[in-house]
Structures are given as structure tokens and as C-alpha cells.
Unconditional design. Sequence first.
Length: 75
Amino acid sequence: MERNKPTNHGEGNPEAAEEFNEAEQAFVSSKRGKQAIDAGTHVPPDEEPALERAENVGRGRAKGEDPEIARRSKP
């Protein structure tokens, strides 16, 4: 009697993750994906003040700059 591979992968499913990653890369590389990426960077002028306030709130709670960023920027 041949045993089937278990379909329960616990907390992760490597086959599903690989399928998702391939589909995501295909979308990002497509014309439609590039249009969506470009559109996503546009912030309507009436929303800019709210985003700046939110960024300032976040920065106010931060402990400081991530030291890893400083390490990467040094030659």
C-alpha cells in the first residue's frame, strides 16, 4: 500500500508559497502591475497633511534610527 504525502504542512505550505511568489513576480513584471505600482505612489494633495501627521506620530514613538541602516550606508 502506497502512502500519500501529507497535505498538512503545519504552519507553512512551501508549494503554495512558491506558487504565490511566482504569481506575484509575474504580476509585478506585467504592464498592469507596473501601472498599479506607479499609481500606488501617487498621493492626492488633500491626503498629504494627514500622512505627514501620521509619520510625525510614528517618528515620535520611535526609539531612533535603526542602527542597521547606518551600518549599510557606510562603505
